[in-house]
Design a protein around this ligand. Structure first.
Ligand SMILES: Cc1cc2nc3c(=O)[nH]c(=O)nc-3n(C[C@H](O)[C@H](O)[C@H](O)COP(=O)(O)OP(=O)(O)OC[C@H]3O[C@@H](n4cnc5c(N)ncnc54)[C@H](O)[C@@H]3O)c2cc1C
Length: 382
């Protein structure tokens, strides 16, 4: 029996290598605090960090709000210690950045949703603590402007760009309706809004000048309609609160249909425009309210039907919407699950969207490591 509740120690923090070795039961918030005390940033941050553990984040390959800059959890893991289904323990906690010795066994367990073994500890990359941040919300005229602006900000200072989030007007409208004390930053009549965060480890980096230059140019060209820069940490937190309150506001409003999808950036604006038009043409009373990590090509393509809709009608509508969205995802070479994994709910979709060769390889790995199917049976595939 592996008792993960006791495996909650930070074994080592190497400030020269900028690597921390943490046990699987360490809460992410604790990891952030310990890293910050040593002058480092552990960049995987998300709303559940007060309860989510290192082992859970690794096993779900969690994304969070700064994937654009630091990658998914997968990119932060240098090595793992894990118990395999046959009881053997593997460890690559060697703090090596370079180790080209055949298959990278740790990578099989990352994002495996606990189906291949139990992670007990990990060596994780640390980054310099950010000594200043700049958060701005920009109103934009269309989805294509979001991608143009992403390119502009990348050209001007990709190394400072930590987050690039999109929120539809509809999503923000729901937040301001259901979350007391919230309001649109600036004008409230644009179809889309961006939340952009820049950060620097030096307090001397001219983040504000950089942001003002890009925004000034975008405003002059009509790619941006309005921009509000947070003037304090409190205001920056208020902007992030808007973004993070969208899922709860949707729940308060109606019966939600959720998609966590990824698309190649080049086709993302067309997806939003064209699939949005297809769904509107159904005239089924569905309100679209997409938002998400557009800088990562990841959309929470969410929508809701009125609360009054009957259970049967809602089930039929949901199926119709899933057929439309998943069909378009496949046609446009996207992913049916960007950061929420497969679990039980998306098993059938995984089987329908992966190629037979990929599925066969996944099954072969599972069978080889866990022939008796004792690790999280029923998850990912049957
Ligand atoms: C409010 C909120 C916001 C979130 N935001 C994001 C986000 O922005 N981006 C994102 O990617 N995800 C997000 N998530 C989901 C996120 O992936 C999980 O919250 C978190 O990473 C899982 O950690 P946990 O410790 O709670 O794991 P659990 O929920 O306990 O487990 C998750 C899975 O991992 C397996 N597992 C857990 N520990 C181990 C282990 N030691 N070894 C092997 N398998 C293990 C479990 O069996 C299960 O299948 C969010 C969740 C919430 C509730």
């Amino acid at each position: 029996v592996v008792n993960l509740s006791r495996m909650n120690k930070i074994r080592d923090l190497d400030p020269v290598a900028a690597i921390v070795t943490a046990e699987a039961g360490v809460i992410l918030q604790k990891l952030h605090d310990v890293a910050a005390e040593a002058g480092f940033l552990f960049p995987m941050s998300m709303a559940s960090e007060g309860s989510a553990e290192v082992g859970g984040a690794i096993s779900t390959n969690a994304g969070g709000t700064a994937v654009l800059r630091y990658g998914n959890t997968r990119h932060l893991v240098l090595g793992l210690e894990a118990v395999l289904p046959d009881g053997n323990v593997i460890s690559s906690l060697r703090k090596l950045v370079k180790d080209n010795t055949g298959y990278n066994l740790s990578q099989y367990l990352i994002g495996a949703e606990g189906t291949l073994g139990i992670v007990t500890a990990a060596t994780l990359r640390l980054y310099p603590l950010l000594r200043q941040k700049l958060v701005l919300v920009a109103a934009i005229p269309d989805a294509k402007a979001a991608l143009d602006l992403l390119a502009d900000f990348r050209r001007a200072g990709a190394e400072y760009l930590s987050a690039f989030e999109i929120m539809s007007r509809e999503a923000l409208k729901l937040v301001t309706k259901h979350m007391p004390g919230t309001r649109f930053p600036g004008r409230d009549d644009a179809p889309w809004y961006l939340l952009i965060e820049l950060g620097a480890s030096s307090p001397l980096t001219p983040l504000r000048e950089l942001a003002e230059e890009v925004a000034g140019d975008a405003l002059a060209r009509g790619k941006m309609l309005d921009a509000v820069v947070a003037e304090s940490e409190t205001q920056a937190k208020q902007f992030w609160h808007l973004r993070e309150s969208i899922p709860d506001s949707l729940r308060a409003q109606g019966k939600g249909v959720h998609f966590d999808i990824a698309l190649p950036l080049a086709g993302l604006a067309a997806f939003l425009d064209e699939v949005g038009a297809t769904i509107a043409a159904l005239k089924a009373g569905v309100t679209l309210m997409p938002f998400g990590h557009i800088g990562d090509g990841n959309l929470h393509y969410n929508m809701y039907a009125p609360k009054e809709i009957g259970a049967e009608a809602f089930a039929a509508l949901k199926k119709q919407l899933q057929d439309i969205v998943f069909g378009e995802i496949e046609r446009r070479h996207g992913s049916i699950s960007a950061e929420h994994g497969i679990g039980v709910e998306r098993k059938a979709l995984l089987a329908a969207t992966k190629s037979p060769a990929e599925l066969a390889m996944m099954r072969a790995i599972k069978r080889a490591l866990d022939p008796d199917n004792i690790m999280n049976p029923g998850k990912v595939f049957d």
